[in-house]
Design a protein around this ligand. Structure first.
Ligand code: MIC
Ligand code: SF4
Length: 638
């Protein structure tokens, strides 16, 4: 039987189940990554498991999101994470070293391995031929403890690449083309596996830019084969020994195939405010722009920065345009310094920032009111930039450069001969700290912003909940639990951060929900897309949200809801969405028994009339929900 690469890696890591798409499987996890914004909770959760040391091949704690340090909260978190890493055997990457996904590919990625990260862009690592997946912090904490990761077995979508990219067309245009075709919910339940004759023309920087933004399709993962390009990348990093060739069996049966002729692609742009609102740059020419930012995990690599530098060489941005560079890693910054490109960028007038997420998660760099901002970032959800009613466009470095030069969105193909990027110079500064062989004597340092983990009660037999909010399709976790410089520093303090749940949608949500005691939120399709932040499940639960009723859930958010004992229910008839309204009371008689007995169909009572719902959960998930969440469940097992 011929097998996809995804299937081979899954079968090589199965601890429960078999390769049967849709059925729950459990996978052994080789590597984990956490970042500070999700990592403080993950660290507290790991501590709650009571182990002495992580049980993985490698686990890394990165600090990249929360690096503004406007008061004690961020630096306290950094100190906590540094001491936690040393105590429990994780590598630690300090602020300024770079963004987790960029660094993990450079320093630890290994073809054929499984990687679980508490960040939705973890599939970035798939560009190196690994099965890399995003998850909530608790799932990653469990993986750090050696517990296999459970998920619905994905289906595999083959993406067959032919041809090669034309001048001024880049990797970002490949993934934007897929977003245009498939939309932000088109990848749910899938791993996108790239294959075909066009693959070998893409280097690992380009491949990771593609796998990174597979997260925007809602996909479980994205993966490229491991080949000569992979070997070259690893050799440049001094890590050739981890290389092995890996590919699907020739002619393997994919569930479905998308064909992309790279030669036929053109420069693309995702318009405000969704990564799938994709249009050709040529059609948007003329949209005035005052801010261009190069950076993020999906747009700040050595390769991306070199394209910008080549395009800007000897030129300056149009008057009134602020052109900022946020390097993806200290290494990329050092490399463009070593080959002279940094000098050219500075000559061109760029604003240089430290390596990190920065404006991508609304930590500074907010655009002015009513002004369009063009960014090489993966996401442009409404308000994420920090400015209400923002106009954020997403693109690759080619369109970003052309736009900065023109002062309006521009087609880079008009810039003359395309840049040729030289190999990265062999400089690799890295502030990463290895864990000591024995950390048992190390004290974990906690600041006052690190609040104890909230206790969650078991699920009672019956629930009666008031609908405190009804929202539409494609609600993101940025809607549910916003980030930005005011809120992100509260990630280790659940009571404090819960005040901001749904704040951008409805400021009175927190008070109203707390006042009713037990609440239900109603949503549409692809509910909870975007970030892996488990705060989007835990903080509403803390306020009293016990149930969510939607037309469909995004994968990571659904898993997070279960981890914190919030019952994810799906409308049996999507038309019933119209019967639901804020202020209504829904009765859930015998919900606990229904869950534990494995019922798929469940009938709630909406104002005295039946409401048909579906419980889509494995038996393990049902037991977790009944226990009031996964920590309670694990404690019970112990
Ligand atoms: C994001 O890009 O939305 C984030 C911020 O990196 C999140 C993680 C978080 O909310 O801390 C993600 O992608 O999971
Ligand atoms: Fe950081 Fe943005 Fe990447 Fe999220 S998408 S990890 S915020 S750079």
């Amino acid at each position: 039987m011929t097998k996809s690469l995804t299937r081979k890696i899954i079968e090589g890591h199965l601890s429960e189940g078999s390769f049967d798409p849709g059925k729950e499987i459990s996978l052994k996890i080789d590597q984990t990554l956490t970042q500070d914004a999700t990592g403080t909770l993950a660290a507290l959760e790991f501590e709650a498991l009571g182990l002495d040391r992580v049980r993985t091949e490698v686990s890394v704690s990165y600090v990249d999101h929360n690096i503004l340090q406007t008061d004690f909260k961020n630096p306290d978190d950094h100190r906590f994470l540094r001491s936690f890493a040393a105590r429990y055997g994780l590598w630690f990457s300090p602020p300024g070293n770079g963004i987790c996904h960029q660094l993990h590919a450079l320093c630890f990625g290994r073809p054929g391995a499984t990687l679980l990260g508490s960040d939705s862009h973890t599939p970035h690592g798939g560009g190196l031929g690994m099965l890399a997946m995003g998850a909530g912090g608790l799932d990653v904490a469990a993986a750090m403890a050696g517990v296999p990761f459970s998920l619905p077995c994905p289906r595999v979508l083959g993406v067959r690449l032919t041809g090669s990219l034309p001048p001024w067309v880049g990797a970002k245009d490949v993934i934007l083309e897929l977003l245009r075709r498939l939309t932000v919910k088109g990848g749910v339940g899938l791993v996108l596996e790239y294959f075909g004759p066009g693959v070998e023309s893409l280097n690992v920087y380009q491949r990771t830019a593609i796998t990174n933004m597979g997260a925007e399709l809602g996909a479980t993962g994205s993966i490229f084969p491991s080949d000569e390009q992979t070997r070259i990348f690893l050799a440049e990093q001094g890590r050739e020994e981890v290389w092995q060739p890996l590919a699907a069996d020739p002619g393997c049966d994919y569930d479905r195939i998308e064909e992309i002729d790279l030669s036929a692609l053109e420069p693309l742009v995702a318009c405000p405010s969704s990564p799938d609102a994709v249009r050709p740059a040529a059609e948007l020419t003329g949209v005035p722009v005052e801010q261009v930012i190069m950076g993020s995990c999906g747009g700040g690599s050595y390769w991306d920065l070199m394209i910008l530098a080549a395009a800007m060489k000897g030129k300056r941005p149009a008057p009134g345009v602020s052109l900022a560079v946020n390097p993806g890693s200290r290494q990329a910054l050092a490399q463009i310094a070593a080959n002279g490109a940094l000098g050219e960028l500075l000559e061109a007038g760029v604003r240089l920032h430290q390596a990190g997420c920065l404006g991508c998660i609304g930590m500074s760099q907010a655009p002015a009111t009513g002004v369009a901002s063009v960014r090489t970032f993966p996401r442009n959800f409404p308000g994420r930039s920090g400015t209400k009613d923002d106009q954020v466009y997403l693109c690759g470095p080619q369109v970003a450069a052309a736009t900065a030069l023109a002062g309006h969105i521009a087609d880079p193909r008009e810039l003359g001969p395309a840049p040729v990027v030289p190999p990265a110079p062999p400089v690799r500064p890295n502030a990463m700290a290895a864990p000591p062989a024995d950390g048992s004597g190390i004290q974990v340092l906690r600041g006052p912003n690190i609040a104890p983990f909230p206790e969650l009660e078991e699920l009672p037999e019956d629930l009666s909940c008031t609908v405190t909010l009804k929202v539409g399709d494609n609600i993101t976790t940025d809607h549910i639990m916003p980030a930005g410089s005011q809120i992100l520093p509260l990630r280790s303090n659940v009571p404090a951060i819960s005040r901001f749940v749904f704040a951008a949608v409805d400021e009175s949500f927190a008070d109203r929900t707390q006042s009713v005691g037990s609440a239900v939120v109603v949503g549409g399709e692809n509910y909870g897309q975007g970030s892996s932040r488990e705060h989007a499940a835990l903080a509403p639960r803390y306020l009293g949200v016990r149930v969510k009723i939607v037309k469909g859930f995004a994968r990571i958010h659904r898993a997070n809801l279960i981890n914190f004992g919030v019952i994810p229910l799906v409308l049996a008839d999507p038309a019933d969405y119209d019967r639901l309204d804020e202020g209504q009371v829904i009765e859930f008689p015998g919900l606990r028994s229904a869950l534990l007995e494995g019922a798929q169909d469940y009938e709630a009572r909406l104002e005295g009339r039946p409401l048909a719902l579906v419980i889509q959960a494995s038996q393990r998930e049902r037991d977790i929900l009944a226990a009031g969440g996964r920590l309670n469940y694990i404690r019970k097992m112990l």
